[in-house]
Design a protein around this ligand. Structure first.
Ligand code: FES
Length: 108
C-alpha cells in the first residue's frame, strides 16, 4: 500500500453542512487540504468520501494516518517529530520527489 504524505501533524477543523458529501484527501498531496484536488493521480491512493450527518465542526485528519478514515483519531500525537532539513536538503528532497513521481496534478 502506498504511503501518504503527512500534510500536517494536527487535524483540520472545518464547519460542514448536514447532508453534504466531502472528498477528504487521503494522499496528503492536495493543495486544498483537507480535501482532494486530484493530486493523488498516479499515487495508488484515492480520496475518501465523508458525508456530514449534522452541520458543525469536524476535525479532518491532517497526518493521513487516522485509523478512522477522514476524521482525526489522535494518530498524529504518536508520530515522531518532523525531520529538520537544511534548505539545501529540502530542495534535494523536493527535486527527487519530482523526479521519482509523476503525480499528474489533474482534477478528479
Ligand atoms: S486524495 Fe489527496 S489529492 Fe486526492
Amino acid at each position: 500500500m502506498p504511503e501518504p504524505v503527512i500534510a500536517q501533524r494536527s487535524p483540520y477543523a472545518v464547519n460542514v453542512e448536514a447532508g453534504k458529501t466531502y472528498a477528504w484527501c487521503a494522499c496528503g498531496r492536495s493543495a486544498a487540504q483537507p480535501f482532494c484536488d486530484g493530486s493523488h493521480k498516479g499515487t495508488g491512493l484515492a480520496p475518501k468520501l465523508f458525508k456530514a450527518g449534522q452541520s458543525g465542526p469536524v476535525y479532518f485528519c491532517g497526518c493521513k494516518h487516522s485509523k478512522t478514515g477522514a476524521t482525526c483519531d489522535g494518530s498524529h500525537q504518536t508520530m515522531p517529530p518532523a525531520p529538520t532539513l537544511t534548505p539545501e536538503e529540502q530542495m534535494k528532497r523536493f527535486e527527487k520527489e519530482l523526479k521519482d513521481n509523476d503525480w499528474g496534478h489533474q482534477p478528479c
